[in-house]
Design a protein around this ligand. Structure first.
Ligand code: 9MR
Length: 595
């Protein structure tokens, strides 16, 4: 008991010391530029009170609060489908340039009869595509807690372009928010100098219950028995023979998106880039060069990229045959929106052309990309066009595994049920129409809204029930806390690898100088692996990789358990040695080596 009390006190003291350290950091900063409008919280209360049916928002007096007298109170009466179904909103007049280093500061506490509050602070573009620079999930208790949220502006925001939100719709609750300030420090202050409230996620602790379940599932789903029998040419069994088992390749897909440049370029960086692709990945997605507009512009580049990958023994994921939004298609396609027959022909010709060009060379095609929000083509031709595209791809390349691909399924804290439901319905609809959908792509672009691991598992269960493999097709993580990035990458990869419905985990680029979000890259520009990059190598080539030495016992036999994939097995007895290749599949393998 005494130990518990002491531990509790020690933790409280260290948390307080940490908060004081963060406050001190804040005080040291230069003045900065205020971005949040004056009376932002009052405006939020007014705007929400008028529009929302899930609860009420008020601007209330708060006594004894640290540095403010009024606060926004959000009371959720009826839980909406998504947390943002109940969100307060304020627009900022100030302009913000891409790359500005920013800090949001606010206080929150649970109010009314709630003992706990849970919300998300969002800084985003006030119109499509709602580009977010920050989405920070927080929890609070009855006492006021201060939150420091550092972030970098993800794009240029013009006048009235920034919307600030507090989302509270994740539970029936009452919560108060006060003292909101959003400050820009321009580009003169480094993100690392700002104070921060530590980021974390559910399931992070070392003894979290999901870990045991995942470990058991990995043992069962991802490993099998390899039986090795060594005998002489005359058939005499050789006990005591030395056996070296060396894994060469995973059966599970581990890879990245790659770009033709630098893959096909000259120079030292390109050399290193190629080395990493060839040595660390067994399945790779071509990031942009196989997209319809790029393919039409320069098909040779796509051909050269695919050839290079195949020569390096890397399986190719083609990305993608149809991304059905006008802005994603070659310029002339949108002009066909009033000519459905011509539009349909143009689409199907392209699918046959590109899938046919690469016939037999592509392991997996993302046939349709992001159909939940890219609906221009479907609006003209109906959803049936998606099934037609799958069928055309199947005819043009009978070997490739055909995938559908979308975002917002695992990410966003797993809370975007609207997007999840829509994706599920589209896939089900395609299957009902007998479209050859053979794999479900879940992109997996994460920001600070980290999905609890049990939620990841639930989502995989739901889509796994559709009966085709799931792949994480575009994983990356962009958060300001490197430790969380590393921990979450490790935990997400573990949960996904453990889930029986999954067949691969692909990251969306790996090098800072060639990454759509440089901060998410596993390798720095100068080729230093970052924390989450090291996690990748530890898991893929150490923890989940089987290299061992043993010797044969009675009958010249030994049995080992190894991760599924390709191996070499070397046997040595006396002066004789032989090495043979072996494939270890789900049902196990047996290899006889004759010395
Ligand atoms: O990373 C890609 C970026 O370089 C391109 O400019 C952009 C538009 O083609 O596409 C990015 O990749 C997207 C992928 O194709 C589909 N899912 C979201 C990816 C990141 O935006």
């Amino acid at each position: 008991m005494l130990r518990c009390i002491l531990l509790f006190l020690a933790l409280t003291v260290s948390a307080l010391a940490d908060m004081a350290a963060q406050d001190a950091r804040f005080k040291k900063l230069p003045a900065g530029r205020e971005i949040s409008p004056p009376r932002a919280l009052e405006g939020m209360a007014l705007a929400l009170a008028k529009t929302n049916k899930h609860g009420i928002a008020e601007y209330v007096d708060v006594k004894g609060a640290p540095g403010f007298e009024k606060a926004l109170r959000m009371t959720v009466r009826k839980v909406p489908e998504n947390p943002w179904g109940f969100q307060s909103h304020a627009k900022c007049a100030a302009k913000v340039a891409k790359g500005e280093v920013m800090l949001a500061v606010f206080w929150a506490r649970a109010a009314g009869t709630s003992d706990e509050g849970e919300g998300t602070f969002v800084f985003e573009l006030a119109r499509e595509p709602y580009t977010k620079s920050s989405a920070f999930r927080f929890e609070c208790g009855k006492a006021w807690a201060r939150f420091y949220v550092p972030f970098v502006a993800a794009r240029d925001y013009g006048e009235d372009d920034v919307a600030l939100h507090f989302q509270a719709g994740s539970a029936k609750q009452a919560m108060e928010i006060g003292g909101l300030r959003v400050i820009s420090y321009g580009k003169g202050v480094a993100l690392g100098e700002l104070p921060y409230t530590p980021l974390t996620y559910k399931g992070r602790s070392a003894d979290a219950a999901w870990r045991k379940e995942a470990a058991d599932s990995i043992e069962k789903e991802r490993k099998a028995q390899l039986t090795i029998v060594v005998h002489s040419i005359s058939g005499k069994s050789l006990p005591g023979a030395q056996v070296r088992v060396r894994q060469q390749r995973h059966a599970y897909g581990f890879g990245s998106a790659v770009a033709a440049s630098p893959l096909l370029d000259e120079g030292p960086d390109a050399e290193i880039y190629r080395g990493i692709v060839a040595n660390s990945f067994n399945r790779v997605t071509v990031e942009n060069d196989m997209k319809w507009p790029e393919f039409e512009r320069n098909r040779q580049r796509a051909l050269d990229t695919v050839k290079w990958l195949r020569d390096a023994n890397v399986a190719v994921r083609g990305h993608n045959l149809l991304w059905p939004g006008w802005t994603r298609l070659p310029k002339d396609v949108a002009a066909l929106q009033d000519k459905p027959d011509a539009l349909r022909k143009r689409i199907l010709d392209h699918v046959r052309d590109e899938a046919g060009t690469f016939k037999g060379q592509i392991a997996e095609w993302d046939v349709v990309n992001e159909p939940v929000t890219n609906t221009d083509v479907q609006r003209v031709l109906g959803n049936g066009i998606l099934a037609e595209v799958f069928k055309a791809a199947r005819e043009a390349d009978p070997q490739a595994k055909l995938f559908i691909n979308d975002y917002g399924i695992l990410s966003h804290g797993g809370t975007d049920t609207e997007h999840q439901d829509a994706y599920f319905r589209i896939i089900k609809g395609l299957m009902d129409a007998k479209a050859p959908v053979q794999g479900i792509g879940m992109q997996g672009h994460f920001n600070e809204q980290l999905t609890p691991l049990t939620k990841v598992w639930e989502i995989l269960n739901r889509f796994g029930a559709l009966g085709v493999p799931i792949e994480i097709t575009e994983h990356d993580i962009n958060a300001w806390d490197d430790e969380v990035m590393a921990d979450y990458t490790r935990d997400l990869m573990t949960a996904v690898f453990a889930h029986p419905a999954t067949s691969g985990f692909i990251t969306w680029g790996f090098w800072e100088k060639r990454h759509w979000i440089p901060n998410a890259a596993q390798w720095t520009g100068a080729w230093q692996p970052r924390g989450h990059g090291k996690v990748w190598y530890d898991l893929v080539f150490k923890k989940w990789w089987t290299n061992l030495n043993t010797e044969t016992g009675r009958g010249g036999m030994t049995k080992v358990r190894g991760f599924l994939g390709e191996y070499t097995v070397e046997a040595r007895s006396g002066t004789k040695t032989k090495t043979v290749p072996v494939k270890l599949g789900k049902g196990g393998a047996r290899v006889e080596i004759e010395l």
